[in-house]
Design a binder for this molecule. Structure first.
Ligand code: UD1
Ligand code: CA
Length: 484
């Protein structure tokens, strides 16, 4: 790769044929073996679509403008999902095989007949997400050093079933052909060296010879793998570079393979966090998405899920059965068991749960508490405020040092519109209060237990909104005596 870019800077300006590397990502297939109505590359592992990993890795090797994603099955859904990455898309309307995918990309990769846009084309598989930028660069450099027309990345697998097998010419790097599982004879099936589906091609050679591919195989498809035999017939060099890390070439043709990839990614994520000073107990019981960040000395207990772009600070404790999605927690936050949180923010030292349900837009101030069976949605809870038991707080702005009694409900919805409740600093809301929005409770005011508050309460006042208690002396005794 280094060589390619050197040539690039030297030749730029002087000749129109720049030495450049393109990456083509094959992602047009349906994924028949998944038995799914969704395109294979949109299936998620580690909390992100499979193709997202391949594109992110490709972008570490070449700029987005030199990346071409070949889409076909549900093309528009795939394009939409990755439009923001800045890569190019090539539509392969009919999926007639991996060789056909590269035929369709001819114009994008080789430009017009007069000149070649790219010197080298690296081909990646949209369904094999664990490949690393380092390996792609090595493949590219190996290809250049070998002066080959085609270089394939191979790996030794204990169970090579389903993969194309690499037939070498001898002991050297040169390859005779790639034989697909379905066409392999019993002797070839025993070969453990497989074709990973990642290649480097010399672009002009690829497009000079690609039309020699045929569909004479059990699937009736144009196999890109057959380019090895095609090049050999044309006396062009084909070599294999074997990766020592077989794990990074694994594909996802079946749900079982997808599960394995997901488990690998998540375990790798846990190892990375452990490395950074996070303690995770029983990591194989936790579901931690690849983009999650956690600070040092935070402890994650078994059966915790940390999803999407969740960020957790230092010295937190996330107790079992909590599910935290897309939320930001500061330092020293305690999340007690069974807390559910989505699109929320939590200030330092806050204490949540057990069984708090924080819906989108919950913003908890430093040192605040939300306790068991408290449901929140779109609220701001000020510093040190507490709602410890059995409440619904929605569309509310709650100040600092507020105490919300057990069973308090903000009645925010009138059946048509949502209304806001404002509770100023230092307010004390007695248990079982219903606050009918829009309503405002002024700074330092008290609301008596079991009050139904329909009008604003001024600062420092006491509001009572309940029937006066009446007592009928001896009533119960008389009732009992009548029964006899
Ligand atoms: C392919 C290789 C096999 C290799 C394996 C590694 C061929 C013929 N076989 O098999 O040697 O061991 O990868 O994982 O290439 N695609 C398109 N357009 C098409 C067909 C496929 O874009 O017309 C895409 C798919 O979406 C997928 C990739 O190409 O992302 C590979 O296709 P797939 O059908 O998964 O090939 P394998 O059977 O895995
Ligand atoms: Ca595959």
């Amino acid at each position: 790769m280094a060589k390619t870019s050197k040539t690039n800077s030297k030749s730029s300006g002087s000749t129109p044929q720049l030495a450049r590397t393109a990456i083509a990502i094959m992602a047009a297939g349906k994924g028949t073996r998944l038995k799914s109505k969704h395109p294979k590359v949109l299936h998620e592992i580690g909390g992100k679509p499979i193709l997202a990993y391949v594109i992110a890795t490709a972008k570490k090797v070449v700029p987005a403008k030199d990346i071409f994603v070949i889409i076909g099955h549900e093309a528009e859904r795939v394009r939409e999902a990755f439009a923001s990455t800045g890569v190019n898309f090539v539509v392969q309307a009919e999926q007639r095989g991996t060789g056909h995918a590269l035929m369709v990309a001819r114009e994008a990769l080789s430009g017009n007949k007069a000149g070649n846009k790219y010197d080298q084309v690296i081909v990646l598989s949209g369904d094999a997400p664990l490949i690393t930028a380092d390996t792609i660069r090595k493949l590219s450099d190996f290809h250049t050093a070998q002066r080959a027309s085609m270089t394939l990345l191979s790996a030794d697998l204990d169970n090579p079933y389903g993969y194309g097998r690499v037939i070498r010419k001898g002991r050297g790097p040169e390859v005779q052909e790639i034989v697909e599982e379905k066409s392999a004879n019993p002797r070839q099936m025993k070969i453990r060296e497989i074709n990973s589906g990642f290649y480097a091609f010399t672009a002009p050679a690829l497009y000079e010879h690609i039309d020699r591919l045929s569909t004479a195989n059990p699937h009736g498809e144009y196999y890109l793998t057959d380019m090895a035999a095609v090049f050999n017939r044309a006396r062009k060099k084909v070599v294999a570079m074997k990766t020592p890390d077989a794990g990074e070439v694994l594909g996802s043709n079946t749900r079982a393979e997808m599960m394995m990839l997901d488990a690998r990614l998540r375990l790798a994520k846990c190892r990375e966090l452990l490395e950074q000073g996070v303690m995770i107990f029983y990591p194989h019981t936790c579901v931690i998405d690849t983009d999650v960040e956690v600070g040092a000395d935070t402890v994650i207990e078994p059966f915790v899920q940390l999803l999407r772009s969740t960020k957790i600070g230092e010295d937190c404790r996330i107790r079992s059965y909590s599910v935290i999605a897309n939320s930001i927690l500061s330092d020293r936050v305690t999340v007690k068991p069974g807390t559910i949180m989505e699109d929320s923010r939590v200030g330092a030292g806050a204490v949540l749960g057990p069984y708090t349900h924080m819906r989108p837009g919950t913003d908890v101030g430093a040192g605040a508490h939300l306790g068991n069976f408290v449901e929140t949605k779109k609220i701001k809870l000020g510093k040190g405020s507490k709602a410890n038991h059995l409440s619904y707080l929605g569309d509310a702005e709650i100040g600092e040092g507020v105490n919300i009694g057990a069973g308090t409900i903000t009645c925010n919805y009138d059946g048509v519109n949502k209304h806001k409740t404002v509770i100023e600093d230092g307010v004390f809301i007695g248990s079982d209060a219903t606050l009918v929005a829009p309503v405002k409770i002024g700074r330092g005011a008290y609301v008596g237990a079991a009050s139904c508050i329909t009008e604003d309460v001024p600062a420092d006042a006491l509001a009572l909104g309940r029937a006066r208690q009446s007592v009928k002396e001896g009533w119960a005794r008389e009732k009992r005596e009548k029964r006899r």
